[in-house]
Design a protein around this ligand. Structure first.
Ligand SMILES: [Zn+2]
Ligand SMILES: [Zn+2]
Length: 942
C-alpha cells in the first residue's frame, strides 16, 4: 500500500481526489480520524504537530527545590503525542505500507511535522521507503508534478525547526517559572515570558512611553479659499507650519486680494504597479479591509487547502521563472472577475513587478483556482478577490498621473495648491484597494487674478507617534527579525490573550508594562531583539547545514544562563516590584469607613465586588454586576468628591460599561429604595450616609439600639425605621421575583426591554406577582405587550401566584402539582369544589384532601366544610351499588380513592381513577355512562 501523509485532513482529502484522477475515493473513519483510499493508495491528514516536546518527567512541580527554573535550561526533553488517535492510526497504516510519502506543507514547520511523521512511521516499519512531495498549491498540476518528482525529507530544514522548538520551550518555561514564582503568581495568573513574545511586548511598551513623554507643540496653519469657474479651490501658505501665533496672524492680515497666479507647473508622475504579495504585505492589505492578522491568516490557509490560492506563508515577492503566469490567467478567466482578467491580458506589462525579497521555497501568494461567493462565503471571497486582484495588478501596466502645481501671491504672501489627475489608470483599473485619490484643478494662467473667498488660520498641535496596529507591528517585527512569517501573528494573539496588551491599535496593560520593565531593569537581553535575531541567524545556518542544532541549542543555553545570573541575583527586587505595581491596578482609593484601601476583588466563578483591605474588621463593600456583564477594571479618572478611581466593566466584543465612581454609583443606585422606607426623609438619609449607612439592607440588619445611636434617633423611631426597612426589603424581593417571572415568560423580542415594561407597570402600581395576577390585561397592553400574549401572561401569573399562596399555607409541592394538573390552581377553585370531587379529580385520598381543604379555608377565613356525614355516605353507597356490575369490593376501592357517590364518580377522570383503584378504566367509563343514562331517565320520568 502507498500511504500519503498530509498536514491536515482537508488537504488529505483534496490530494486523494486529485491523484485518484476519476477513480472512486472511499472515505473511512477510524476512531474519528478519516482516511481516503483509491486503488492501492491511502491518504491520511495530521493535525499539524501530532507530538510536542516536553521536559522529562520530574519537572512538573514548579516549587521543587531540586528542579529549579534555571534547571529547565539544561533539562532533557522528550516527545509526547498530543493527538493520540491520529498517531495510533498513522502507525497502524504504516505497518502495512510499502511506500510512505510525506506531503506536509512546504516550509520549516511543515518539514518538521513531516519529520515527526517519519519518526512515527520508522518506529513501526524500519524498512519502508519514505519520500517527500513538495508543492506550493493544492492544485491538480502542482500536486501531480510534486508526486511525480518526490525527493527525500530535508533533515537539515526539519532540524532547524526542531532546534527552534527546543529553544522556545527552554526559554519560555524557565523564564515564565522564574518570573511567576518571584511575583508569587500561579494557576491562571502566571506571567508568561517568551523568546519572541517579550521583545515584541517591549516594543509596544516603548511606544507607549514615547507617547506619554510626548509634549505637544502648538503651531498655526494658514490657508485660503479661492474660486474659479464656480469651483472652490483651497490653497495653503508656503510657510507650512507657523511656530508663532504672531507671525501667522501677521501673514493672515497681509493676505489681500487680488490673488495673483505667479507660477503654473505641469508634469507627469509614474505610479508603479504594486509588487507581489508575501505574508507581511498581504496581512497589511487585508488589515485595510478590516481583517485582523490572525483572521487574515486563517482565511488564507483555508483558501490554500481548498486549492483557491497558493501557500500563504512566504517571504518571497518575486515570481519564480517556473511559475506559469499564463496558466494562472487562463484559470482565473473562469472566475467572477473575467472582465478584469481579460483587461489585464490585453494590457499586460512586459515583465511582472518584483519586490525586494526573493526566496526559493514558495512563490508569492497568488490565485490558483476559481472561487465564487456562494461557494466560500463573504469573508473568504473578499480575501480571494484581494489576492486575485493583486495578482492582476502585478501584471498590469504602471499608472500615469498628470500633476499640477500652482503658486499664488496675495499682498506679498505666497500660497500654493496641487492637483493630480489619473491620465492612465493602469493597475488601478483592476486593483481598487489603494488610496490614490484624484484632485482635479481647472487650468490657470500666470498673471491671472482671482478672488479670495476666505482666509483661515487654524491652531493645531503636533501629534505623538501612533500606537502600533497589528499589521504595523508585524511589519516592524519582520524588519527586526523577530519571529517568522508563520509565527508573528500568533505571537500578537498570545500577547492579547495573556492580557499584556489590549485594543487595536495595541496598548500595553499595566501587567504587560510591569513585567517588561522588571525584565528590562534586570536582564535586558530578554526584551531586546538582538538575542532572538542571533538565534534566527543560527537557524538559517542549520538549514544550510553550516551549523548543527546541537551547537545552536548550546549557544542558546549559554545566553539563558547569563540572563539567569542577573535574574537570580535580583529575584527579591523583581518579585516585589511586580507585586507592588500590579496590585496597584485594582486599588481604587481609601475606604470611606475605615481609611483602609478599597480594591476590586474577583472571586472564583463570576462574582466581583469592591471590598476593604481591613476585612474582616471593616465589612464595607460595594456590589458589582457579575462578570458576564464585564470584567471590572479601574480607569484613570478619579471622583472629585470621594477621591476614588472610576470603575469600568469591559467585555470582549461589547462596548465597555462605565460605572464611574463606585461610591457615587452605590449611593445613587440605593437612593430610590431608601426613600421607600416610610419614616425616611432627606435629612435622615444624609445623616445615614455620613455614618456610612448606604443601603436598606444595612438598616434592616442593624440592632435598633445601634441604629438609634448612629442616627441620633429615639429607640422607638429607630425600631420603626428598621421595621420599615424590612418591609422595603420584602417588597424588593417581590419586585425582583416579578421581574424574573417576566423574563421567564415573555419571549425576548427585538426592541423589547424588560426594564421598560417593568417601569410602565410600576406606573400602574404593579410591582409584584400578586398585583400582576389581578391586573387588567389592558394595562399590560399599554406597557407594550400584545393582546393574546397579555392574556396568556396573566393566566400564568395567576397560576404562579396562587401556587405560591397554596405553598405558603402548607400544601406540599407534590400535591400542588396534582391539583394544578386537575385545574385547581388557586384558593378560590379549592373551596368551590367539593372535597369528594377534589379527591376524584386528583386521585388523592379523601383524608389528604380534607386536610388541604381545611388549610385553604383557614387562609380564606371560611368555615371548614363538615366531614361528610355517614348518612350521606350510605346514600351514595347505595347509588353506586345500583350500577349494574359494580360490586361491593369495587365500591370500597372507589371510596378509598374519594369516590363515594354518583356525583364524584361522574366527576372523576377514568384513567386517574383506574390508576389508583386498579379497576379497569374501560369498566369505570362504562359505569359512568350507565349512571349518566340512569340519571337522564330519572329526569325524564319526573
Ligand atoms: Zn474599610
Ligand atoms: Zn464619588
Amino acid at each position: 500500500m502507498h500511504l500519503i501523509v498530509a498536514e491536515k485532513n482537508i488537504s488529505a482529502r483534496r490530494i486523494a481526489q486529485i491523484l485518484a484522477a476519476g477513480q472512486k475515493v472511499v472515505e473511512k473513519k477510524d476512531a474519528g480520524v478519516s482516511t481516503y483510499s483509491f486503488g492501492d493508495t491511502t491518504t491520511v491528514g495530521l493535525r499539524g504537530h501530532v507530538v510536542e516536546v516536553d521536559f522529562e518527567p520530574g519537572y512538573e512541580n514548579w516549587r521543587s527545590k531540586q528542579y529549579t527554573p534555571r534547571s529547565l535550561i539544561d533539562a532533557k526533553t522528550i516527545k509526547v503525542p498530543t493527538e493520540k488517535r491520529i498517531v495510533a492510526l498513522l502507525q497502524k497504516l504504516a505497518r502495512h505500507a510499502d511506500r510512505v510519502t510525506i506531503a506536509t506543507d512546504f516550509d520549516t514547520e511543515g518539514e518538521l511535522i513531516g519529520k515527526e511523521a517519519y519518526e512515527l512511521v520508522r518506529a513501526v516499519n524500519r524498512n519502508v521507503k519514505v519520500d517527500r512531495a513538495r508543492f506550493s498549491a493544492i492544485t491538480p498540476q502542482e500536486i501531480k508534478t510534486a508526486f511525480a518528482n518526490t525527493t527525500d525529507l530535508d533533515f537539515a530544514l526539519a532540524s532547524a525547526g526542531e532546534a527552534r522548538q527546543s529553544i522556545d520551550l527552554m526559554w519560555g518555561a524557565s523564564l515564565t517559572r522564574f518570573i511567576s514564582l518571584a511575583a508569587r503568581r500561579g494557576g491562571n495568573n502566571i506571567l508568561s515570558v517568551g523568546r519572541v513574545q517579550s521583545p515584541t511586548l517591549s516594543m509596544i511598551v516603548d511606544r507607549e512611553k514615547e507617547i506619554e513623554k510626548f509634549v505637544p507643540e502648538t503651531y498655526w496653519q494658514l490657508g485660503l479659499l479661492t474660486e474659479k469657474a464656480g469651483e472652490q479651490i483651497e490653497a495653503r501658505h508656503t510657510n507650512g507650519r507657523f511656530k508663532e501665533q504672531k507671525s501667522a496672524e501677521l501673514a493672515r492680515d497681509r493676505t489681500k486680494e487680488p490673488l495673483v497666479v505667479t507660477e503654473v507647473r505641469e508634469g507627469t508622475k509614474q505610479d508603479r504597479s504594486p509588487s507581489p504579495f508575501d505574508t507581511t504585505t498581504y496581512i497589511v492589505a487585508a488589515a485595510r479591509l478590516g481583517f485582523s492578522a490572525a483572521n487574515a491568516m486563517r482565511i488564507a490557509e483555508e483558501l490554500y487547502m481548498n486549492g483557491y490560492i497558493s501557500y500563504p506563508r512566504t517571504d518571497n515577492t518575486v515570481y519564480p521563472a517556473s511559475l506559469d503566469l499564463n496558466g494562472i490567467l487562463a484559470t482565473i478567466k473562469n472566475s467572477p472577475f473575467k472582465k478584469d482578467v481579460e483587461w489585464t491580458i490585453a494590457h499586460r506589462r512586459p515583465e511582472p513587478t518584483r519586490g525586494k525579497k526573493s526566496s526559493t521555497d514558495h512563490p508569492p501568494i497568488h490565485p490558483t483556482g476559481v472561487a465564487t461567493k456562494e461557494g466560500i462565503g463573504d469573508d473568504a471571497f473578499r480575501i480571494y478577490e484581494l489576492v486575485l486582484r493583486r495578482f492582476l495588478a502585478t501584471l498590469a501596466p504602471d499608472a500615469l498621473w498628470q500633476t499640477l502645481k500652482v503658486n499664488f501671491d496675495a499682498g506679498g504672501e505666497t500660497y500654493t495648491t496641487t492637483g493630480g489627475r489619473l491620465i492612465e489608470a493602469g493597475w488601478h483599473a483592476v486593483y481598487p484597494f489603494s488610496e490614490a485619490k484624484e484632485t482635479i484643478l481647472p487650468a490657470f494662467a500666470v498673471g491671472e487674478k482671482l478672488p479670495i473667498r476666505k482666509v483661515s488660520l487654524d491652531e493645531k498641535e503636533t501629534m505623538p507617534p501612533a500606537r502600533y496596529t497589528q499589521s504595523k507591528l508585524i511589519q516592524r517585527m519582520e524588519e527586526l527579525g523577530l519571529g517568522t512569517k508563520s509565527t508573528r501573528h500568533e505571537v500578537i494573539a498570545k500577547l492579547v490573550s495573556r492580557k499584556y496588551v489590549e485594543g487595536n491599535p495595541l496598548r500595553p496593560t499595566l501587567v504587560g508594562r510591569v513585567v517588561t520593565e522588571a525584565l528590562e531593569h534586570n536582564a535586558d537581553a530578554i526584551t531586546k531583539p538582538d538575542m532572538t535575531q542571533t538565534i534566527e541567524s543560527h537557524m538559517q545556518q542549520i538549514k544550510e547545514s553550516k551549523s548543527t542544532s546541537d551547537d545552536v541549542i548550546k549557544e542558546s543555553r549559554r545566553m539563558l544562563h547569563a540572563a539567569f545570573d542577573q535574574l537570580e541575583a535580583n529575584e527579591q527586587v523583581i518579585g516585589d516590584d511586580i507585586r507592588d505595581r500590579t496590585a496597584e491596578e485594582l486599588n481604587l482609593g481609601r475606604c470611606p469607613v475605615c481609611g483602609g484601601t478599597l480594591a476590586i476583588k474577583h472571586l472564583r466563578g463570576s462574582t466581583q465586588f469592591i471590598g476593604c483591605s481591613r476585612y474582616p474588621e471593616c465589612t464595607f463593600n460595594i456590589g458589582l454586576p457579575v462578570t458576564q456583564w464585564g470584567w471590572a477594571v479601574r480607569t484613570d479618572d478619579i471622583c472629585e468628591k470621594h477621591h476614588l478611581h472610576f470603575v469600568r466593566l469591559v467585555r470582549k466584543g461589547a462596548r465597555p460599561w462605565d460605572i464611574g465612581c463606585p461610591l457615587c454609583h452605590h449611593i445613587s443606585s440605593n437612593t430610590e429604595s431608601l426613600t421607600e422606607i416610610p419614616t425616611m426623609n432627606e435629612a435622615l438619609m444624609e445623616k445615614a450616609r455620613a455614618r456610612h449607612i448606604y443601603t436598606v439592607a444595612e438598616i434592616a440588619r442593624k440592632e435598633p439600639e445601634r441604629l438609634a445611636k448612629a442616627l441620633d434617633l429615639e429607640l422607638d423611631a429607630a425600631q420603626k425605621l428598621k421595621t420599615g426597612a424590612e418591609g422595603v426589603l420584602e417588597k424588593l424581593r417581590r419586585r425582583s421575583e416579578c421581574r424574573k417571572f417576566m423574563r421567564n415568560h415573555l419571549i425576548p423580542r427585538k426592541g423589547r426591554s424588560y426594564s421598560k415594561i417593568m417601569a410602565a407597570l410600576k406606573e400602574s402600581g404593579v410591582t409584584d406577582l400578586a398585583a400582576l395576577a389581578k391586573t387588567d390585561p389592558v394595562i399590560l397592553q399599554k406597557a407594550g405587550i400584545g393582546e393574546t400574549e397579555a392574556h396568556d401572561l396573566l393566566a400564568e401569573a395567576r397560576i404562579t401566584h396562587n401556587g405560591q399562596i397554596l405553598k405558603e399555607i402548607g400544601i406540599p409541592a407534590v400535591s400542588l402539582k396534582k391539583y394544578i394538573a386537575a385545574g385547581i390552581t388557586g384558593p378560590d377553585e379549592f373551596v368551590s369544589t367539593t372535597p369528594e370531587n377534589l379527591s376524584a379529580m386528583t386521585g388523592m385520598s379523601t383524608g389528604t384532601v380534607n386536610r388541604h381543604v381545611a388549610l385553604v379555608s383557614g387562609y380564606l377565613h371560611r368555615p371548614v366544610p363538615v366531614k361528610i356525614a355517614r348518612a350521606r355516605i350510605g346514600k351514595g353507597w347505595k347509588e353506586l351499588l345500583s350500577i349494574k356490575g359494580l360490586t361491593g369490593t369495587m365500591a370500597e376501592k372507589l371510596a378509598g380513592a374519594g369516590v363515594i357517590n354518583g356525583d364524584s364518580l361522574l366527576a372523576a377522570d377514568a384513567g386517574n381513577l383506574s390508576g389508583i383503584t386498579g379497576i379497569d378504566a374501560e369498566k369505570i367509563r362504562n359505569y359512568q355512562s350507565i349512571l349518566q343514562k340512569k340519571r337522564e331517565n330519572a329526569i325524564i320520568r319526573i
